[in-house]
Design a protein around this ligand. Sequence first.
Ligand code: FAD
Length: 456
Amino acid sequence: MALASLELLAGQVTGQLVRPGDADYEDARRVQNGMIDARPAAVVRCTDTSDVVAVVRFAADTGTPLAVRGGGHSVPGFGTADDAIVADLSGMQAVEVDDEARTATAGGGTTWGRFNDVTAAHGLATTGGIISTTGIGGLTLGGGIGYLGRDHGLSCDNLLAAEVVTADGSVLTASEQENPDLFWALRGGGGNFGVVTRFTYRLHPVTTVLGGPMFFELADAPAVLAHYRELIRTAPREYGGFPALQIATPLPFVPENRAGEPFVAVVSCWTGPAAEGERIVQGFRDVAQPVAEHVGVMPYAALNSAFDGLYPQGLQHYWKTAFVRELTDEAIAVHLEHAPKLPAVNSTMHIYPLDGAVQDVPADATAFGHRDASFAAVIVGAWPDAADNDAGIRWVRDYYAAIAPHSEPGGYINFASSDDQAKVPDNYGANYDRLREVKRRYDPDNLFRLNQNIHP
Ligand code: FAD
């Protein structure tokens, strides 16, 4: 790449352009996953839509690979690449709430923590993930699974409009009224179609929740998981809890002699009247005696950040995912074979419910292609030390291979790894062919290819 071109770009943008050798370069090139060690040609810390347009045009004109970074949480590290130009949106985090319309508009690099803090001041929220440092950008474009999903749908189901910079540098609005094909594709098609500089969401009244984790003996896991499976079939939509396999951390509510052991956990989130939520949580205690628990009434934003400490920047991270129709006894047995081998306290396995409001949305109404699944399971391999990578990755792969016969062929694109590109058609599911048509229209040269890529 010609030096002069990057210098020209630096003069065109208001944000900082960081290059190898600059004091900020080490910081600017890093993403959440410590396994990713890419050295981009430049990182542009975009401050507004016109900066993004300049970076997109530069990449298209010079043939430089383009990485788009929102919250930087992509486990395959799609927010950076060797020799790429990175559009880093983390400086674009303005959030505005319209109380009357019950909507919020947020910059493309906003994190859920920032988003929730602003909307909470208005007594409102929308479906986000379960960790507050994740970006609204990647999470929403891939679908968006979180505590509020059974009641309010996926994050993408709450998207009302997006401002998008497309491959030719145009700034378009995507909504039901304007460019509806693009709007359809953005809701589940990942970062394949352009850079979203502003997201507008529908909000819902959510203030405090009854929530938190309960830990049970692994020996009680069959009963606890079977109870969860029955509960979720009929539970009111205000219940958005999920089961997990998890090593207990040394926290005050965990008996000192049990920290460091693996357990089956249930993380509850209930947004309805507290007494009814208490009955649901009590239902688990009636099945098995918790070893430890920390369930209480708290602001939704507090529950959304309660587990952030388990995922500091720089952690080594690898994962696999599968959609699940039935949580069978056989599948539960496989989970229990692999749970005792959890490699570190940061590693876990979650089974998120995908029913309720998620299934109210017709399968072809958005690009999210798996409305017929009941659950999304994710095997999270995460540990602090790179020396543990081989063993940790093996644990994830062995576990995934064992659970695959009990799962759908496709998994949630936001929980897929860089070695999952061969699974792209299965992962996009029923809507893959239509996604390719939209890709051909908006990005025929595949400028936006650092993602779970839909090849035009
Ligand atoms: P980035 O790495 O910045 O981006 C990820 C992808 O999205 C890239 O391809 C990027 O190019 C694209 N992208 C990001 N922003 C934009 C934008 N504004 N416009 C266009 N493209 C963009 N997912 C869930 O659904 N629910 C969860 O509860 C959840 N929890 C998670 C917890 C952790 C600790 C981690 C690491 C991930 C979690 N995820 C969850 C997965 C998450 O949805 C994906 O990793 C997602 O891609 C992260 O988005 P990001 O903006 O932070 O990442």
